[in-house]
Design a binder for this molecule. Structure first.
Ligand code: GLA
Length: 380
């Protein structure tokens, strides 16, 4: 990839790149729709990601070229306020990062930029977070801003919220910025503190893409978020993190049933996430299996974000696991991927089985990736 990017950069800008940055996509092991409720999530960074090659300019222009979008160009001035570009949606993730840094009072230098990524798009593995985090890392290093992991993540999240029109939480950006090889991050989204939990070497992270396209910017994600806010308001707290299952049960009859079920998912998911991380740490795979299973059931029945294809994959994989691994839907929902922690020795057989059964049921094969947890954003 590095060689390919060097060649592309040279042929586009007629000079070699000065520095190359990378930020990965992520997969979440457990803790879904909890991040914007100040709860717990447990993601890890992947080997797929976005590469950002740069060279400096002497003026105040940032010019970017996107390899994944037929080498489309976009450019803006950093000396004045950075607007969004309605005709070039991918550029808004980058414009947003610049705008946030400017709002924070940072001086930025002009750059020529070439971007290329290999996160499977539309699968829910955070290609967009990896793009904004990689670019934030490039700007931080180039302009000597020394931004920390949580600062990079916050800037990338604001860019996505305010410039790309997606009111996502902080999980994807934090995992992309702070991932660590061989580890998942138990992240407390209330204060952004995280602990690293080693993933035993005998486990593969199997990611099974249903190829049902999801659209996060779509209304369902924002609807779920609004339901959670309604529940918090009815319970008299700022976020669902500030309340308990007992308090929710006491108010059950006063709440709209749908709002009650959304809140029950979030509160039980927080508990499961902490338990699952502790169990993975102590090697208690039966509890990992149980918490991942219950997470899936809760997403399916209470939060209602799964689709038949995803439920089918989860059931098919679960049938092959003897509580020596876990499986659940991962990400925002409505399609996308299933994640499974499976013993290496079983992962090829599980792949073959799920591909054959899914093909028979839905007339297409899922894409299956065998992954390990990798490092977060870095200069290459
Ligand atoms: C998307 C969002 C995240 C998170 C998940 C659901 O990936 O970008 O912030 O809310 O959905 O857990």
């Amino acid at each position: 990839m590095k060689k390919q990017i060097a060649e592309r950069f040279l042929s586009i800008y007629q000079v070699p790149y000065k520095s190359l940055y990378f930020a990965p996509g992520r997969v979440n092991l457990i803790g879904e729709h909890t991040d914007y409720n100040d709860g717990f999530v447990f993601p890890c960074a992947l080997e797929f990601g976005t590469y950002v090659a740069i060279s400096l300019r002497s003026d105040q222009v940032i010019r970017v070229c996107a390899g994944n979008f037929s080498d489309e160009f976009n450019q803006w001035q950093i000396s004045s306020e950075v607007p969004t570009d309605p005709d070039c949606l991918w550029s808004n993730y980058l414009r947003g990062v610049c705008a946030v840094l400017r709002q924070q009072g940072h001086q930025l230098q002009g750059m020529d930029v070439y971007i290329e990524g290999n996160v499977p798009r539309g699968a829910g593995l955070s290609s967009s977070a990896s793009l904004s985090v990689a670019f934030a890392k490039a700007l931080s290093d180039t302009n000597n801003l020394g931004l920390s992991v949580s600062e990079l993540a916050r800037i990338a999240q604001s860019a996505e919220n305010d410039f790309a029109g997606c009111s996502c939480g902080i999980m994807d950006q934090l995992a992309s910025a702070g991932g660590k090889e061989g580890h998942a991050l138990l992240l407390d989204c209330r204060d952004l503190s995280f602990t690293l939990v080693g993933i035993p070497a005998h486990l593969d992270i199997l990611i099974i893409d249903s190829r049902v396209e999801r659209n996060l910017v779509g209304s369902e994600y924002n609807d779920r978020r609004a339901d959670c806010e309604k529940a918090a308001q009815a319970l008299g707290v700022r976020t669902l993190r500030e309340t308990t299952l007992e308090a929710l049960e006491q108010k059950r009859n006063e709440l709209d049933l749908l709002v009650y079920r959304r809140a029950r998912h979030v509160l039980t998911e927080n508990e499961r996430t902490e338990r699952c991380a502790a169990a993975l740490k102590s090697g208690d795979m039966a509890v990992v299996a149980e918490t991942m299973h219950n997470s899936h059931v809760s997403m399916r029945d209470d939060f209602e974000i799964t689709v038949p294809e995803i439920d089918f994959i989860v059931e098919t994989v679960a049938a092959q696991l003897n509580n020596d691994g876990g499986v659940r839907m991962t990400g925002g929902g409505f399609g996308g991927c299933v994640v499974a922690l499976v013993p290496n020795a079983k992962s090829n057989a599980i792949e073959a089985d799920v591909k054959a059964r899914y093909l028979a049921e839905f007339g297409k094969e899922p894409n299956v990736y065998h992954c390990k947890a990798k490092d977060g954003a870095r200069v290459l």
